[in-house]
Ligand binder design. Structure first.
Ligand code: KG4
Ligand code: ZN
Length: 343
């Protein structure tokens, strides 16, 4: 089956074509038009600018994706699009484009959840990966621990109560004058700095839930840097990045370790833009080795937002036979099935 998929939930417009069957999902094209340089001027994503940039890019990247896959629209069996969660204006561009294309060409349409899409990036690279497993999804907008019961049934068992990890990385990076988005540069700085330079407050909430809170950690560092600058102290950005990153990694390891123990599952899957972080990857490798848990991490190219991951999830969703009509809408947030695990 050939799937043409669209992703436009934030600041990347992507169109991808995959060939999928029960044995494997092969990416034939995965075109990503990034808006980073536009939003960098403002130090963060400006929703209205994002929507307009999606409108400008989506048609051209669709042609590009089909051309690279050496296919035409008439060869496509399924169209997929992210419809939630994300920036509403940005999502609507992808949803309306996909709807128009699907109905004008009489191709079935499937709406895909962005978070499930991030997890599905792993199905592309690891055909042996099968639910059930625990997934950790961390990006600029989301930080969740998810129990993946089947390819289509997921339960959120832990989540951030405020800032997402990517958001915290980006804000700390911004305050230190690093280019937007700060996550990637923070990763590089942390590799040079001394992680034992300071102790910062944990992002793992000290209760029996699997929840996080990263806004306190972020604010602590922002205040710390402001105080230092007012006193004229020269603080090493590398050391701050290293100590901050260590705190994030320790917090994630603490709650994921509990999530694995409570669910009894022996497979952990990383997903989302922050799963590109080299220190987090190393920390989770270490934890999984100790706990004898199998760890799957997407390659860097599939960590961030992309259409191929949406196509991968759409393949499994399409088996439910629930296709979308012209009334398909986009949703900025979605009520997800949530279970709280108590020990
Ligand atoms: O999944 P994604 O591309 O978009 C959203 O759905 O939000 O994630 C983007 C986020 C940004 O906050 C970015 O700074 C962060 O992922 N990120 C990183 C790294 N690479 C990207 N954070 C930490 N370390 C990295 N290497
Ligand atoms: Zn994302």
């Amino acid at each position: 089956m050939y799937i043409l998929a669209f992703e436009s939930s934030c600041d990347e417009t992507s169109a991808a074509v995959v060939s999928a069957n029960d044995k494997s999902i092969t990416v034939l094209s995965n075109i990503i038009a990034s808006q980073i340089s536009v939003h960098a001027l403002y130090g963060g994503v400006v929703p209205e600018i994002a929507s307009r940039a999606h409108v400008e890019a989506i048609s051209n990247i669709t042609y590009e994706a089909l051309e690279k896959a050496e296919l035409e629209l008439k060869d496509i069996d399924l169209i997929a699009v992210t419809n939630s969660p994300g920036l509403i204006g940005a999502l609507l561009v992808g949803v309306n484009f996909a709807k128009a294309l699907a109905f004008a060409n009489n191709i079935p349409l499937v709406a895909v959840d962005h978070i499930k899409g991030h997890i599905a990036a792993n199905y592309i690279e690891y055909p042996d990966l099968k639910p059930p497993f625990v997934a950790f999804v961390a990006s600029g907008g989301h930080t969740s621990i998810i129990k993946v019961n089947s390819y289509t049934d997921t339960e959120t068992i832990g989540r951030t109560r405020d800032d997402a990890i990517g958001e915290a990385f980006d804000k700390v990076g911004r305050i230190m004058g690093l280019p937007y988005p700060g996550g990637k540069e923070m990763d590089r700085f942390a590799s040079i700095g001394d992680k034992s330079f300071a102790k910062f407050p944990s992002g793992a909430i000290n209760d029996d839930t699997l929840d996080f809170s990263f806004s306190g950690l972020k604010t602590h560092i922002v205040n710390y840097l402001h105080n230092a600058s007012q006193k004229g102290e020269d603080i090493s950005k590398e050391n701050v990045a290293a100590a901050f990153t260590k705190t994030v990694c320790d917090s994630v390891v603490a709650k994921l370790s509990q999530a694995l123990d409570r669910t009894g599952l022996k497979t952990l899957v990383m997903a989302g833009g922050v799963s590109a972080n080299s220190h987090l990857r190393a920390a989770l490798c270490d934890m999984c080795e100790k706990k004898r848990v199998k760890l799957y991490m997407p390659s860097l190219a599939l960590c961030g937002d992309n259409g191929a991951m949406i196509a991968a999830q759409a393949y499994h969703d399409s088996k439910l036979g629930e296709f979308s009509g012209t009334d398909l809408n986009a949703y900025a947030t979605k009520v997800t099935k949530r279970n709280t695990f108590h020990s």
